[in-house]
Design a protein around this ligand. Structure first.
Ligand code: MV4
Length: 514
């Protein structure tokens, strides 16, 4: 096993990786940008190296700076986390050249899977179902493209080979719109990725986004750790993920896992990966793309399979192998749901909310896991994505997991910036969500976020009272020496006043008997 590992990331995932390293007796090296100097991943590391200013392009995305930090600190391996350089094959190559182990797949597999056309072709050859489509189409040969499109049928999607995660994608309803969509997609792909290659796919709708966690040891052993249900998305960003999926039976799970294992074997995969599928209402599923990294939502898999995926990653990267066991031996136990906690205002079109967090109360108790970068006094910088942490719960079944997540969301208090916590509470109260009656378009097409007043009838009154109280207090102690930052206790009590009616009616607390 490694003695010292550099974690080329920040936020909750850096902390997540540090926890496992600590358990395994591995020293950690943190890298950080200047505005991140006070963050927990720096405080908790054994060694920490500043790699530049706030913008990721000048710090977390600079390959040479990360490699230099690893060499300077004597780290034997680098864990890239997710985002940033995690799926950059040049970074994996740079690690190899510097004799540092990249904790992830070989760069060849990253390249194969990064290119959607080559991934589709590999999957077809391996016998993994792909969406009916056409790969050899060109903007300049529109007649051939129209023939291919007619064979596929409408509606169809034009996708960019270098795309992924929804970039360069076009939905085409009729043949007259095909040429325009192809031109737009190709030029977007050229300017975004420097590669104008496009392909066509039949539009699968409604569909669920079902992904399978795999782990491969590079010695021919691949394990699939079941599926995650990730259909609750907004603008191609996942909001809530769960494991298992309500739409997946043990028989379908077996087929999904077999397909994912074939996918991994077909590209010589090693370490952790995720195979994404679209699944129609008929339970037919099709390969969508493969993500060559540990994903944000990996904890739901950890909770239902009782594994530490980061520990497995470290073990495999340091030369370990997976036990050669039968695919039928792994079964999910209970239900896990993850809510991504973002700094954004759900009542104002999800505008990012940044700045000082005066106070946090962390949720806890049975079946509750909170992976976050939060602490009292954290100043959330503007340079990175809005995710502050992930609230993950486990319970015996889905209904209990939903109740537990609601309880934990009520216990979680973040004072100082806006968060999407009210959005999560509204989602959990929605009957379609509760019955599992949703697909990838459901959140944006069907779900209506209740207004602040609808969501919490007493909220408006509480806010007005709080504003008046603050004003009176300001007038009363207008001494210039007074620190005008509101005390975290005042803010916390104000926040919980706003939350009163979201607490269970008739609780001991409300009856005043607590
Ligand atoms: C599709 C599709 C329907 N049919 N492909 C969007 C992002 C990228 N990963 C692929 N995406 C889709 N591809 C075919 N042939 C629907 C989507 C899609 C989607 C997929 C997963 C999760 C959320 C989504 C939201 C909109 C569209």
């Amino acid at each position: 096993m490694f003695k010292r590992v550099l974690i080329a990331n920040r936020g909750e995932i850096a902390l997540r990786i540090q926890r496992t390293c600590r358990e395994l007796g591995i020293e950690t090296v943190a890298v950080y940008s200047e505005p991140d100097r006070n963050s927990l991943h720096v405080r908790n590391a054994d060694h920490a190296i500043c790699i530049g200013p706030g913008p990721a392009l000048e710090s977390y995305l600079v390959i040479e700076k990360i490699i230099d930090a690893a060499v300077q600190s004597g780290a034997e391996a680098i864990h890239p986390g997710y985002g940033f350089l995690s799926e950059n094959s040049d970074f994996a190559d740079a690690c190899d050249s510097a004799n540092i182990t990249f904790i992830g797949p070989p760069s060849s597999a990253m390249k194969d899977m990064g290119d959607k056309v080559s991934a589709r072709q590999l999957m077809e050859k391996a016998g993994v179902p792909v969406v009916p489509g056409a790969e050899d189409i060109k903007v300049d040969d529109i007649e051939s493209a129209k023939n291919a499109a007619t064979k596929i049928g409408f509606p169809l999607m034009v996708k960019a080979s270098a795309g992924g995660g929804g970039r360069g994608i076009r939905l085409v309803q009729k043949i007259e719109d095909l040429e325009n969509a192809m031109r737009q997609s190709a030029s977007e792909a050229q300017s975004s990725f420097g590669n104008p290659t496009i392909f066509l796919e039949k539009y699968v709708s409604p569909a669920r986004h079902i992904e399978v966690q795999i782990m491969a040891d590079g010695e021919g052993n691949v394990r699939a750790f079941g599926e995650r249900e990730c259909s609750i998305q907004r603008r191609h960003q996942k909001v809530i993920e769960e494991a298992p999926s309500i739409a997946v039976t043990p028989e379908i799970r077996k087929k999904l896992c077999q397909a994912a294992e074939l996918a991994a074997l077909s590209c010589g995969y090693k370490n952790a990966g995720t195979v994404e599928f679209l699944m129609g209402p008929d339970s037919e599923f099709y390969f969508l793309e493969m993500n060559a990294r540990l994903q944000v939502e990996h904890p739901v898999t950890e909770l239902v399979y009782g594994v530490d995926l980061v520990a497995l990653q470290l073990s495999i990267a340091s030369g370990g192998t997976l036990p050669d066991m039968d695919i039928g031996e792994l079964h999910p136990k209970g239900w896990a749901i993850e809510a991504r906690i973002n700094g954004e205002n759900a009542y104002k079109n999800f505008v990012p909310s940044i700045g000082l967090i005066n106070h946090v109360t962390l949720p806890s108790g049975p079946g509750v896991r909170f992976d976050s970068m939060l602490y009292d006094g954290l100043d959330v910088p503007p340079f990175y994505d809005s995710m502050l942490g992930k609230l993950i719960v486990w319970a015996e079944d889905r209904d209990l997991a939903i109740k537990r997540l609601m309880r934990a969301l009520n216990d979680l208090l973040i004072v100082g910036i806006e968060t999407n916590i009210p959005f999560h509470k509204a989602l959990l109260n929605n009957s379609d969500f509760q019955t599992g009656n949703f697909h990838t378009g459901w959140l944006e097409e069907k779900f209506i976020m209740p207004s602040l007043e609808e969501n919490d009838p007493r909220a408006k009154t509480a806010l007005i009272v709080a504003a008046v109280a603050q004003h009176l207090q300001k007038v009363a102690n207008s001494s210039p020496s007074t620190n005008n930052a509101t005390s975290k206790w005042v803010q916390a009590s104000r926040h919980s006043a706003v939350n009163i009616s979201s607490r269970q009616r008739g609780s001991a607390w409300r009856r005043g008997t607590a």
